[in-house]
Design a binder for this molecule. Structure first.
Ligand SMILES: [Ca+2]
Ligand SMILES: [Ca+2]
Ligand SMILES: [Ca+2]
Length: 302
């Protein structure tokens, strides 16, 4: 509890200061955080979740128990009706970051009963398809970032991952209003976006592991040489949204999300993104015992 409280205090302080000049989502009353991922626990991005038992308690989530919780709470399970466990559930969801690789790290297991919408192109994903939505405003400076003349997803990015598209060679895709067309969105391809799935076409169930490089400025037309990579450090606030979505042919839908209720359309402006705090190893609950300390402890037993 002490650790959680220290995180909450830190976030309140940062949000309080930032709140003077900006428009953070006031509905996001509960702090969100990106857990520290130690170098030795960086996953193999193959969608096989056999290396995640190191995650400290409270840093991994399950959709169980998150139906109809307070809107300020994260994560939340929402939908047309409360889904049964086999219709849609997320037994494991993790959000974190790694300093050495300078990436956001996510992992999750999604249980679905009917894979749906795979006949749609990624540009039609908004019509309803089993998918993963995420948004990053790395330097947390808010504002309109796409769908407006002169705004071409440079300052924030909307990303869409679909296991079926990955099988077609698309790690992630994005909607944006820039003249070059979304197929040129280099930010959503390797090495900047790396995704691995184990996916079942029929049920739509999958496991995912992915890493994302973030950008303070992403020139979608010229490329990396005209862009500014974001450098992640502990104690930083990242503007972010994330949701695992399930759509089924009977028009039932559900999603497991970090999002608080919107104050703005998140596809257009990053003003309503949630604030994610990058935790230290200690705040994550990973306490490394230095060799000198071990020496002192062991000396007590002599
Ligand atoms: Ca793996
Ligand atoms: Ca379902
Ligand atoms: Ca489905």
């Amino acid at each position: 509890m002490k650790r959680v409280m220290s995180v909450m205090v830190a976030l309140v302080l940062v949000v309080g200061i930032a709140g003077v000049a900006s428009a953070d989502n006031p509905n996001a009353t509960t702090p969100r955080y990106l857990a520290w991922v130690p170098d030795e626990h960086m996953p193999v991005l193959d969608g096989v979740l056999d290396e995640w038992d190191w995650v400290p308690e409270g840093m991994a989530f399950s959709s169980a128990g998150y139906w109809d919780v307070d809107p300020g709470t994260w994560p939340r399970l929402l939908g047309s009706e409360e889904p049964t466990a086999d219709d849609f559930s997320v037994p494991f969801a993790f959000w974190g970051w790694n300093q050495t690789a300078n990436v956001v790290v996510i992992a999750g297991q999604v249980i679905d009963d009917i894979g749906f919408g795979y006949d749609l192109s990624w540009g039609d994903t908004w019509r309803g398809v089993d998918t993963i939505y995420m948004y990053f405003d790395a330097d947390h400076d808010h504002g309109v970032y796409q769908y407006e003349e002169g705004k071409n997803a440079e300052e924030a990015q909307q990303m869409i991952c679909r296991p079926d598209l990955y099988e077609q060679g698309v790690a992630a895709a994005v909607f944006t209003h820039y003249s070059g067309g979304c197929e040129n969105a280099w930010t959503y391809a390797e090495p900047h976006t790396k995704v691995g799935y184990v996916w079942d076409y029929d049920t739509g169930s999958y496991t995912i592991e992915a890493t994302f490089t973030l950008w303070d400025w992403a020139d979608q037309t010229v490329g990396e040489e005209a862009s500014i990579k974001h450098i992640l450090v502990p104690g930083q606030i990242i503007g972010m949204r994330f949701g695992y979505y399930d759509v089924d042919p009977d028009e039932s839908w559900a999603y497991f999300t970090v999002n608080a209720p919107s104050i703005a359309d998140n596809a257009f402006t990053s003003d309503g993104f949630e604030n994610f705090l990058t935790l230290t190893a200690e705040e994550t609950g990973i306490v490394a015992v230095e060799s000198t300390s071990w020496g002192e402890i062991k000396s007590l037993f002599r």
